[in-house]
Structures are given as C-alpha cells and as structure tokens.
Design a protein around this ligand. Structure first.
Ligand SMILES: Cc1ncc(COP(=O)(O)O)c(C=O)c1O
Length: 460
C-alpha cells in the first residue's frame, strides 16, 4: 500500500476569515420568532443572553467574517487539522472509493467544539462578560467551553445531561480540571430543573432540559451570558474553518468530493465541514451532502418542519426547524451529543430545499463502523462520529458494488477515548438499538397543533 496519507497545511495557511453561508443561500430563510409576540426576532431580543459581538454575527449578511488575532493565536495550538486518507479502511472494505477524513479530534478537548468555544469566550470577554453558562450532552461541548474559559479568564458553569454525567464520569473531571463547575441536569439549582425533577424524579435529562437550566441561570445574573455549542448561526459560522481548510487540502490531494458526510446533533460539525461545499453545490457542482443522525432521535429524517423552542422550558425564541418537540426525551443512546430534539435552522432549511440529504443509522450499525475504524485506522471514534462513519461505510460498499471510484470526505468530529463504557457494552453484546415508535413520535410532536408553522405564517 503506497501513496500519501496526510494532507497538511502550515500554520501560515490557516484561514483568516469564517464563511457565512447565509450570504449565498438561494432562498429567503424563515426568521426566528419572539416566543410571545411571534414577531421576527430583533437583536434586542437576544441581549439578555448573548454579548453584542455574537448577536451581530448571528444576524450578519456578510459573506466572510475576519477571525480576530487572539482567536487565531489559540487555534494555532492545534490548527490547521490534518485531512487524512483512510487507506487502511479502504483496503479492508476492498472499495474503489477514496475516503478522506478531517480529523478534529486533535484539539485539546478532543473534538471540533473548541472552534466556536474559543471564539465565543473571546467575544464574551471583550464585551465584558464574567461568567458563561452552558449545557453539555456527551461532555465534549462542556469540555471545550471549560478550556476556552480558562484561556480567556472567565468563570464557567456547565449543566450536564444526567445520563451522560453518570455514563461519562471522566468528562466531569475534565471540565473541573479546567476550572468549570459541573452540575447534573435536571438539577435543583433552577426553577425549570426542579419542575422536571418533581414530575419525574428519575429523569435521565436531555439537552433541551439542560439548555433551559443554563439559560435561566444566565438570565438571572447580570455578570453572566449563555453560550450554546451548536444550532445558532454564529456557532455554525465559527465551525466553517473546518470546511475551508478541507477544501484546500482536497485541492492538494487533487480530489473533488462526490460525497460530504457529517453526523449531527444540533448541526455544528456537519455545517462546519459542509457549508463551503454547499456553496459549491449552489454554484453548480455535483455533490451529495449527507447529515447523519441516530434512528433513536430522528430529527431530520422523520420529524416535521415547524416553529419550536430550542429548550424544554420554552425560554428560547421559536426557531424554524425540524423538531421532535421540545419536551422530547430521547432514549439513552451513547452518542449523547446527538440526543437533541431540534436542528440548526439553516441546516433544517437546506434539507427542506433538498440541498442536503439526511440519513439515519442505528446505534449498533454506528458502533460496528466505529470498531472497524479503530481496527483499521487506529483512532477510536467518539460514538457521535461513528454515526457519520456508518454512512461512509455504506457509501464505500456501494461504490464497490457499482465499481465506481467515488471520493468521500467526512468530518471525524472527535475521538472516543473518554467513551469506553459504550464500547465495553458493544464488545460484550449488551448494546441495544432504539428506534422511535410512531406512537411516541405522535405524542412528542402533538404540541405543534397549537404552534405557528412556517407554512401558516407565510399565508398570513
Ligand atoms: C464528537 C461530537 N461529534 C458531534 C457532536 C454533535 O454536535 P453538533 O451537531 O453540534 O456537531 C457532538 C456533540 O456533543 C460531539 O461531541
């Protein structure tokens, strides 16, 4: 087996601006709405939670936004990340497809999440925030924000989904090591957490619940702002550094992608890799772009496109997105970062317009792909990443059946070195598959009967 494996950019070649897909969309996106008045959201509606610089980015029409020098200084600790050709996986699958992965697991937190955590901590600090509150599912986002807060001298409070807090105790230590306070959610700290615990003392928690707690905490403290690890435009914007680097690295490799793949929870690692390629697709290139989700939490593949809240207690604005319902509590799958009821509005609307093609995989298919990956490529994937991997393996097998030399690029969003409990269960045959039943789906989406929808608002 010969040929180049890693395609590396130098530190001097790190992109110096993020890419805002909003400037190039071929349709007018639906606006987020004020939860009470149902009027399109204005910057002042976000002021209680976010600093002015991030609100400006959230609504910016500008195509490229410069990355501040202080943020680039921190990025250089691990960026540019490598683009790697998975030659050993290709050989194991005997596929004519060429598989490339953008390896985001080299960041200190082990995932893509610091790309936005560092930017958010920087802007908050510059705008005068003293403490950030947030939620975390698998712990990757909490770890990234804890790290970023320690770099920019901010206090950090993390509400961690209880089931993950119990499944992944070392993530808690990881966050505390960087100085963050970590609270299992639902907790007794907040009104919304206490209400959930009263109704269901054994609640495993969900990202929606943890978001409510973090939002409530920040809204009640003038020194604090809230920080979200996915979903919002400014978060997706910061992650586009992944795709901008990958595009240059593919040019170095002399390749044009046929497939771009990423798993999604709220959409940030998928968008980070995919948005620059969505721009290419809008400009006429033939590319299939797959966001991949777990069958246990089938947001893009099965739920309706509606206006819904980003959190369970309904504190947040109404976002135009595919949603399983803000009260949905997903099965306790190990890909904790993919257990979110909604989806980034921009990604939702790309799916709605047919520019991307969502796929769903089962938990065991994801783990099977993760183990194959570890035994061929060596790196142990995060369970979230393995969802993308499962789709990559499907496409590589299809290329073999069809005898076609396809080029597949995917986002290796994080390593799984702190996710060994799930692997232990898989290896001892104790891992279950969960598929959301039609009945449960109907129950969790019943709330939308009284909600505005993008369709009926348009016809007003
Ligand atoms: C490694 C990893 N990949 C993917 C995700 C999903 O989040 P997002 O859709 O925002 O990329 C997470 C979230 O915690 C994660 O930790």
């Amino acid at each position: 087996m010969t040929g180049e494996v890693k395609f590396l950019l130098t530190e001097k070649e790190i992109p110096t601006a993020w890419y805002n897909l909003g400037a190039d969309l071929p349709f007018r996106p639906e606006p987020p709405l004020h939860p009470k008045t149902l009027a399109p959201l204005g910057p002042e509606d976000l002021a209680a939670l976010f600093p002015p610089s991030l609100i400006e980015q959230e609504m910016s029409p500008q195509r490229f936004i410069d990355i501040p020098g202080e943020v680039l200084d921190v990025y250089r600790q691990w960026r540019p990340t490598p683009l790697v050709r998975a030659r050993r996986l290709e050989r194991a699958l005997q596929t004519p497809a060429r598989v490339y992965y953008k390896y985001e697991g080299v960041s200190p937190a082990g995932s893509h999440k610091p790309n936005t955590a560092v930017a958010q901590a920087y802007y908050n600090r510059r705008d005068g925030t003293r403490r950030l509150t947030t939620e975390t599912g698998a712990g990757q986002w909490g770890s990234a924000l804890a790290l970023a807060c320690s770099f920019f001298d901010l206090e950090c409070t993390v509400y961690m989904v209880r089931v993950s807090y119990e499944q992944k105790p070392y993530r808690k230590t990881f966050m505390r090591l960087y100085g963050a306070e970590v609270i299992p959610s639902p907790s007794d700290r907040t009104f919304s957490g206490r209400a959930i615990r009263e109704a269901d003392p054994g609640s495993p928690g969900s990202l929606g619940i943890a978001i409510s707690e973090a939002v409530e905490d920040a809204a009640g403290d003038p020194r604090a702002c809230y920080s979200l690890g996915s979903v919002l435009n400014h978060v997706l914007l910061h992650q586009t550094i992944i795709g901008l680097e990958a595009r240059r690295q593919l040019e170095m490799a002399g390749e044009r992608p046929d497939f771009v793949v990423g798993c999604f929870g709220g959409g940030s690692n998928f968008a980070g890799l995919a948005f620059p390629f969505v721009m290419d697709k809008i400009n006429g290139k033939q590319i299939e772009i797959y966001p991949v989700e777990p069958k246990a939490c089938p947001t893009l593949t099965r739920s309706p496109f509606v206006y819904d809240h980003g959190d369970t207690a309904r504190y947040t604005p109404l976002l135009p997105m595919y949603s399983l319902g803000h009260a949905f509590v997903p099965a306790p799958i190990h890909a904790g970062g993919l257990r979110y009821h909604g989806m980034a509005p921009t990604v939702s609307q790309l799916a709605n317009e047919g520019l991307i093609a969502p796929r769903a995989v089962s938990q065991t298919e994801a783990y099977q792909a993760g183990v194959l990956w570890a035994r061929t490529e060596g790196v142990i994937p995060a369970p979230e990443t393995s969802n993308a991997l499962a789709q990559v393996v499907r496409e590589a097998k299809k290329a073999k059946e069809e005898g076609k030399e396809k080029v597949i690029v995917f986002n290796f969003s994080g390593h799984g070195l702190l996710d060994l409990t799930g692997y232990e269960k898989y290896l001892s045959g104790q891992l279950s598959d969960y598929e959301l039943s039609d009945d449960d789906m109907a129950k969790s989406t019943a709330v939308f009967a009284d909600y505005p929808t993008p369709q009926n608002l348009k016809s007003r």
